[in-house]
Design a protein. Structure first.
Length: 246
């Protein structure tokens, strides 16, 4: 698909996720690329530095993949009685292994048992939830993946149907009925992509546009969903909450 865009040729290529960005970077060194990734773009080899991207790429770092360990800790505070926590991750995502390692390391320090559920397709998401129910997993952490973001309603509905307390990576999941989220806003990410794309279309160069980074990480709790699950939000957690949805 990246090769097709280069062949057209596109004036600007906008990419979402590490896989798409790496594909576009491989396909062209001249067409401007505006990316949205959830991990350090310098570490990923996308840009030389955040302030001076240099080549033909710039974009937005959401940090979401780096927040999984904190998400697990917050979920444990909300559901301290859970014997086993599940972690849903997309193995096809280049940053899945790193995020999984962080989550497992945090679980080890906290003395928590975590079971990894891998899903890269709709069918595998269904199978992961079936396995989660079968193993009587007490709570679920959904990893950052653009696959999961595009299946938001499906995943939130599964969690509600089976009464599984679930932590998500973006606030939009909590707004859609999910229990709790810790991370940035998808809406803000795409707004920033649009702004940079517009500036490039007006003549600016990617090398002159510093990589933007998420500056607002929010803890969002859906109180209606918590009530439906029979959960009482601890005062300590409520004090940390940025947004409590009624």
């Amino acid at each position: 698909m990246a090769a097709e865009l280069v062949h057209i040729p596109a004036t600007v290529i906008v990419t979402v996720g590490v896989s798409a960005t790496l594909a576009a970077k491989t396909a062209t060194t001249s067409i401007p690329i505006v990316f949205n990734v959830a991990s350090d773009p310098v570490q990923l080899g996308l840009v030389a530095s955040l302030n001076r991207p240099e080549g033909n790429l710039t974009g937005y770092n959401a940090f979401a993949s780096e927040l999984g360990a904190k998400g697990l800790a917050l979920l444990h505070e909300l559901v301290p009685s859970a014997a086993t926590f599940g972690f849903l991750t997309n193995p096809n995502d280049p940053i899945s292994e790193l995020t999984t390692r962080d989550v497992l390391a945090t679980a080890s320090v906290m003395g928590l048992k975590v079971q990894i559920f891998k899903a890269a397709t709709d069918r595998e998401i269904d199978a992961a939830f079936a396995n989660l129910i079968q193993t009587q997993t007490g709570a679920l952490l959904v990893g950052n993946s653009f696959l999961f973001n595009t299946r938001m309603e499906q995943i939130v509905a599964f969690a509600a149907r089976h009464a599984i307390p679930t932590m998500y990576a973006y606030r939009e999941f909590a707004v859609a009925g999910g229990l709790i989220s810790y991370g940035p806003s998808l809406t803000e990410e795409y707004r920033q992509l649009g702004i940079y794309t517009g500036r490039i279309l007006k003549g600016e160069k990617p090398a002159d546009l510093p990589v933007q980074q998420a500056t607002k990480i929010e803890l969002v709790i859906n109180l209606k969903t918590a009530k439906a699950l029979g959960l009482t939000i601890p005062d300590k957690l409520l004090a940390l909450t940025d947004v409590a949805l009624e």
